[in-house]
Design a protein around this ligand. Structure first.
Ligand SMILES: CC(C)(COP(=O)(O)OP(=O)(O)OC[C@H]1O[C@@H](n2cnc3c(N)ncnc32)[C@H](O)[C@@H]1OP(=O)(O)O)[C@@H](O)C(=O)NCCC(=O)NCCS
Length: 157
């Protein structure tokens, strides 16, 4: 997927404020561009007004990045910038991501997050369930080890 530079700018602007630096979860611009070129990846935005089309006057408040392989989709990145949190934008964006996945014939969505991330409440509210733990999977730049918690959402036929 070729991405316009402006859209990568919006995505990186959210990325750089959304992920707590101590966990090293944010991707670099290079990682994002590489994933979009080679990795079956796609992304979407939520703008400050809740619509899906940011603009100069209606900035990107959040984004997702997913990767579809056959009939399964991995949610690779999901973020709302701190200035726009706790007003339902995360719920709206995740609902859209799930509906898109279903429209594209996906049967399952999966993701991994670090244990203790409040995003787990959001995923649970949309029907994701925990499927496993990878003990001490993440290592923070400070050397702390944190479990990865796998989640999945499966669709009925
Ligand atoms: C997780 C995140 C996307 C939520 O975005 P948001 O726009 O604030 O989400 P919403 O306002 O739609 O709230 C969604 C639900 O998430 C939960 N939630 C969000 N932030 C929370 C927090 N700090 N503490 C506890 N619960 C929280 C709540 O259950 C909330 O629902 P409620 O308000 O109806 O109770 C946002 O905090 C974020 O970008 N975090 C950093 C990036 C990240 O960790 N992404 C997930 C990677 S796996």
């Amino acid at each position: 997927m070729m991405a316009p530079a402006t859209e990568i700018d919006w995505l990186m602007a959210v990325m750089e404020t959304a992920f707590p630096p101590e966990y090293g979860e944010a991707w670099s611009r290079r990682q994002v561009c590489d994933a979009l070129i080679v990795g079956n990846c796609h992304y979407g935005f939520i703008a400050a007004d809740g619509t899906e089309n940011p603009s100069e006057t209606n900035p990107a408040a959040g984004f997702f990045m997913g990767r579809r392989i056959l009939d399964e989709e991995e949610l690779l990145l999901f973020a709302i910038a701190p200035a726009y949190r706790r007003r339902g934008l995360g719920h709206r964006l995740l609902a859209r991501f799930i509906a898109d996945a279903q429209d594209h014939g996906m049967t399952r969505i999966f993701l991994e997050m670090r244990r203790g991330n409040p995003a787990g409440f959001l995923y649970a509210a949309h029907g994701f369930r925990e499927t496993g733990i990878r003990p001490a999977y993440y290592r923070t730049p400070g050397g702390q080890r944190i479990d990865a918690v796998s989640h999945e959402l499966t669709f009925e036929d």
